[in-house]
Write a protein that binds this ligand. Structure first.
Ligand code: EPU
Length: 348
């Protein structure tokens, strides 16, 4: 039986460093330990909350029931030499960025654009992490999860996960029902770069010019390093300035509203989608609303990337949620666009 503690501060377990407590807390490293912790919760009628790296959650208040931190580790792989591919399975508790770097060292490619994303392998499918033109769904094969209803370990392929933009089954109908224990991705053993995302393309062009390199000499490792550089310039390091990455999704604006907005704000950046709608950067809407860098006591809108809300020190979830509400209200008033919070909010 894993140790189960009572009344534990979750401040070290969430990258926003919000003060909140777990009624019960347990850290599990093996599937058996997870099943034992779940039995403990079931016997006492306790709600269960699973935590990965805690980098995409907002603890708005204390968490009743049992909080389980997933530390299941391990990496295995199966080569598919005929197709220059490899399928890799990671325990849910493995750190995402460390495994991106390890994969590159092994000569397994495809994760480079997703370098330096905080969090764990097991949390990655929940919000279908994405950055610089690649998202998890592009590489995804399957995952295994414990179904809290049956207590069984079940498998999901890509279609069953219902991936969308920062979305999956595990944020929708499967929310609170499954605890992911491992994930399997298909990577390439042949480098194949995807550098079309404008900020990444600009970085690659600049790097080649500076080092007198032809574009063909660019490697996945270089792309990984460039992505790290871009992220470090814009996104605050949670260890130095607690945050949960993008706090809002980039909203999809329908074609009619888009036309109206563009007539009023011709310089508004927008990324057209197949159906005539467009994704508009929430960061731009927040910046235009005058809130980039806004400080409200112990919380703030980051001054380098307006999509990130930060804890300046010992803030409560309520303070952060009040700032989130102010941001949403300002964008709704200024643009008629409703922002949706991206991380999962607990303890409301
Ligand atoms: N912009 C502003 N003001 C800002 C920052 C950005 O106006 O303060 C505008 C600029 O026009 C810029 C555009 O927003 O060109 C896009 O900015 P950026 O490339 O930084 O990307 P983003 O849309 O703000 C998204 C993801 C990030 C991901 C980057 C790169 C979402 C919610 N966020 O941010 O993901 O790293 O693209 O692909 O889709 C995360 O989910 O936690 C995250 C960091």
């Amino acid at each position: 039986m894993p140790a189960i503690q009572h009344n534990i501060s979750l401040q070290p377990y969430n990258s926003l460093a919000l003060q909140a407590k777990a009624e019960y807390f347990s850290s599990v490293s093996e599937l058996d330990e997870l099943l034992e912790a779940l039995a403990f919760a079931r016997d006492r009628g306790l709600a269960v909350t699973a935590l990965g790296g805690g980098s995409n959650i907002v603890l708005a208040g204390d968490i009743a029931g049992l909080v389980i931190q997933l530390n299941l580790c391990g990496v295995s792989h199966r080569l598919d030499s005929a197709n220059n591919a490899v399928e890799v399975t990671w325990g849910a508790g493995e750190n995402w960025h460390q495994q991106v770097l390890r994969s590159l060292e092994q000569g397994w490619y495809g994760l480079e654009n997703l370098s330096l994303i905080p969090g764990t392998m097991g949390a990655a499918p929940i919000q279908n992490i994405g950055a610089y033109g690649v998202e998890l769904a592009d590489l995804f094969v399957s995952l295994r999860a414990v179904d809290l209803l049956s207590g069984e370990v079940v498998s999901f392929d890509r279609d069953q996960c219902q991936f969308g933009y920062r979305d999956s089954l595990f944020k929708q109908a499967g929310r609170d029902r499954y605890i992911i224990v491992d994930i399997t991705l298909r990577l390439s053993t042949e480098p194949s770069l995807n550098t079309a995302y404008p900020a990444l393309d600009a970085a690659v062009v600049g790097y080649c010019a500076e080092h007198h390199l032809p574009a063909a000499a660019v490697t996945p490792k270089m792309v990984s390093q460039l992505v790290c550089t871009i992220r470090q310039q814009k996104l605050p390091d949670p260890n130095l300035l607690p945050n949960a990455g993008s706090f809002f999704k980039n909203p999809l604006v329908a074609s009619e509203q888009l036309a109206t907005l563009l007539a009023q704000f011709p310089q508004m950046p927008h990324y057209p989608q197949a159906d005539g709608s467009a994704k508009v950067p929430a960061a731009w809407l927040i910046e235009q609303s005058g809130l980039k860098g806004a400080v409200r006591g112990r919380v703030a809108v980051h001054d380098q990337q307006a999509l990130v809300l930060v804890n300046r020190g010992d803030a409560s979830g309520a303070e952060l949620m009040a700032l989130a509400a102010e941001v949403r209200d300002a964008v709704t008033q200024g643009f008629g666009v409703i922002l949706e919070i991206e991380p999962r909010v607990y303890g409301l």
